[in-house]
Design a binder for this molecule. Structure first.
Ligand code: ADP
Ligand code: MG
Length: 705
């Protein structure tokens, strides 16, 4: 990262507005006015071919005429003039271009956009945009945008791919009381992208939390790497995850949107916390910008109302933080701060009689107790208590405890007095929400952050007992035959080269050959059609299981051939696969996709005929180490099946996790060849008995033209 250049672009000491105007209503007018109204302290240079003065400032006909240095140039001229402006800015020694102008890749003019970036790079400049609102920074009193004012001051930073949304969020910071130091509009991301900004904001002293609105990422791997390295929390709202939404986002910004599950996986692996909607983005940003991560699962809830306590308990379970009973010493101590009919278990119900003292004392004790990893304090407005008084009690307790690095969030339910008290709490660094569920969700964000961060460091160790050359040789043969569908037989050979446990399988072209092979292998046998044109062999009547004798083999051979011909008369038939019949076990599916954004991505789920209907699958961007593949096994809804249900012994999850990790290496090593693959099914046995892949499939990438 070129810190000096990015500082010049994002925290400019001087700004030129190229295309500045004196006519209200024009963007070139608004940007100059925004800078003036934000009380920007550096020099502002309006640039307009007419010269003269603009909004009381001396205007120049070109940046080249400006006497002083220019850090950033906000460019608001028509798109076709931008390359010329870029050249002049380069000659002037400008550090960065804030290209507000639109009419580039978002309307199909990719070349024009590329041209601007090429020119900028020739001069060592960076380009933000085009097609953006601009940049806003409270700590620099710099509103170099056409958003009307700087956001409510705070310690979060927003990076938004949508300009309209940025302006709307800017305004709503004052209603929602979530403070931002910076808001950066990223637009078409021709040059500066999310990864650049994450890296830069991570070192920015005024930023505590990076908040992202994302429609599509170009280089998913780089995004993940940068996010992983960041020391500050990152929370992201990703739109365009539905098929229809993806189409809207793509036409909107000219970038590709990936599938939700892949994004979820990638963000989780990169330590990024997800937000589910705009409200959630604000709520989670507030907590992440004010509080430390929640590093353990012991959440304690204090309340004066049973109702909100139960609601919060439900929420805790929903967001993956199920409550546990507080230990004895905590219960004994907290009992002192409540009437006889209160409860000290968790949630701790101080009852409606609780005033400031009980709140303060129990908060201070609980917050200071080593068992408590995080504290949620709930309060229902009552006739007897003053919300402000309660708020001050909570704050005093936190201060007096001397505890650092432990999160606390608050929810007050009530009227205007409660709202005012919560505002005061937020101003004093304690996130407060008017809905217990939101408070618990915010706490869950702090937990997800800690969990994801810990996960993000789980390394993958490359296995050496693999034969990549052999795998490539098999693929080359398939390519030579002009195919992209790798048959079961060839796929199994590729898998085998990677040390994956495939069932013993051989190819036979005649009935006699099949019989001979079966006799040599031993019964029971499975026989399947072998053709690159028949992907779903069962559908074609091309699978015969449980064959017990040579006579059955011979009959099966004829039936399979006849069925295949009936199914697809033109199919190119390579013969049959004769294989050992694997004993019964639990069928799972391993799969991969070469995602357009994140590259090779591993999938795991329970196999069998319902996999497509239930969609009970989980993804990880490959490669993944064993610790992470183990976590995949518990991700799916069907996880208990692997642990053994109805008297069944637990499955060999260790072997399963090893195979998944190995598989993830294969799809990475061969990422230039493999578009999709699966092992469906792989049969998993009891602990210690391993697993066996009985069907395999690879689809190669289209040939590079
Ligand atoms: P396809 O998916 O193309 O229809 P498969 O090779 O997956 O064909 O075979 C269909 C089903 O037959 C599998 O899902 C599995 O239940 C069973 N099967 C296939 N091969 C074997 C084998 N070698 N051992 C045991 N069962 C098998
Ligand atoms: Mg199959």
């Amino acid at each position: 990262m070129d810190l000096e250049v990015l500082n010049g672009l994002l925290r400019p000491k001087s700004v030129a507005v190229v295309g500045a105007s004196d006519t209200p209503g024009k963007i070139g007018y608004t940007v100059v006015r925004s800078l003036l109204e934000s009380k920007y302290e550096g020099p502002i240079y309006p640039i307009n071919p007419k010269g003269g003065t603009i909004q009381g400032l001396q205007a120049y006909t070109s940046v080249l005429e400006v006497p002083g240095e220019i850090d950033a140039a906000a460019v608001v001229v028509p798109a076709k003039l931008v390359p010329q402006v870029a050249t002049e800015c380069g000659q002037k020694g400008v550090k960065g271009l804030i290209v507000i102008a639109s009419g580039f890749s978002e309307v199909g003019l990719h070349d024009l956009e590329d041209q601007v970036v090429t020119i900028a790079h020739e001069y060592g400049m960076r380009v933000l945009g085009p097609n953006i609102v601009g940049i806003l920074s409270n700590s620099d009193k710099c509103n170099a945008s056409f958003a009307p004012f700087l956001p409510l001051a705070g310690s979060a930073a927003l990076v938004s791919q949508s300009g309209a949304l940025l302006i709307a969020m800017d305004a709503s910071t004052y209603i929602r009381r979530v403070g931002f130091d910076k808001m950066i509009s990223i637009g078409n991301m021709s040059d500066v992208d999310f990864a650049d900004l994450i890296e830069w904001l991570d070192q920015d002293a005024s930023t505590e939390c990076v908040s992202l609105y994302i429609e599509g990422i170009r280089d998913g791997r780089r995004f993940m790497e940068t996010a992983r390295k960041a020391g500050k929390p990152i929370v992201a709202l990703k739109s365009g995850v539905s098929a229809h939404g993806a189409a809207a986002a793509a036409s909107h910004t000219g970038s590709l949107a990936g599938a939700q599950k892949v994004y979820d996986a990638a963000f989780g692996q990169a330590g990024v916390v997800m937000a589910s909607d705009l409200n959630n983005l604000f709520d989670r940003t507030l907590a992440l910008s004010l509080q430390p991560p929640l590093t353990g699962d012991n959440l304690l809830i204090l309340t004066n109302g049973g109702g909100v306590g139960v609601l919060a308990t439900d929420s805790a379970e929903r967001y993956g933080l199920p409550l546990r009973f507080a230990p004895k010493d905590v219960q004994v101590e907290l009992k002192k701060h409540m009437p006889e009919f209160g409860s000290a278990k968790n949630p701790v119900d101080l009852t409606g009689m609780a005033g400031r003292d009980w709140y303060q004392d129990s908060t201070q004790y609980a917050y200071g107790h080593s068992w408590v990893d995080g504290l949620v304090v709930l309060y229902c407005e009552t006739a007897m208590t003053d919300p402000q008084n309660i708020a001050e009690g909570i704050k005093a307790a936190v201060d007096a405890s001397g505890v650092k690095g432990k999160p606390i969030v608050v929810s007050f339910v009530g009227g205007e007095r409660s709202e005012a008290a919560m505002r005061w709490l937020v101003e004093n660094g304690i996130p407060a929400y008017n809905e217990p569920d939101t408070a618990v969700n915010a706490m869950a964000a702090l937990r997800e952050y800690a969990r994801n961060k810990a996960k993000a460091s789980n390394g993958f160790t490359k296995l050496t007992d693999v034969d990549e050359a052999k795998a490539r040789a098999i693929i080359a043969q398939v390519r030579a035959a002009g195919d992209r569908n790798v048959t079961e037989m060839e796929s199994k050979m590729v898998f085998e080269a990677y040390g994956l446990p495939v069932v013993t399988s051989r190819q036979a072209t005649t009935e006699d050959e099949a019989a001979e092979m079966a006799n040599a292998m031993g019964y029971p046998i499975v026989m399947k059609i072998l053709s690159p044109d028949i992907l779903h062999k069962s559908d074609a009547g091309g699978v015969k299981v449980g064959l017990e004798s040579e006579a059955e083999i011979r009959e099966a051979f004829r039936t399979i051939m006849a069925n295949a011909k009936a199914y697809n008369a033109n199919a190119d038939i390579h013969g049959v696969v004769v294989q050992k019949m694997a004993p019964w076990g639990t069928e799972v599916i391993l799969g991969s996709v070469n995602d357009a954004t994140f590259g090779p991505t591993l999938m795991f789920g329970l196999g069998g005929i319902f996999v497509e209907v239930l969609k009970d699958v989980t993804f990880r961007v490959a490669p993944v180490g064993v610790e992470e593949t183990l976590s995949m096994l518990s991700d799916i809804n069907g996880a208990p099946i692997l642990k053994g249900v109805r008297g069944e012994a637990p499955r060999d999850t260790k072997a399963l996790a090893d195979v998944l990790s190995r598989y993830s290496q294969m799809i990475c090593d061969l990422a230039d060849e493999i578009q999709e693959s699966d092992a469906n099914p792989m049969i998993v046995y009891e602990e210690g008995a391993g697993a066996c892949i009985v069907d395999a499939r690879i689809i190669l990438k289209p040939r590079k033209s």
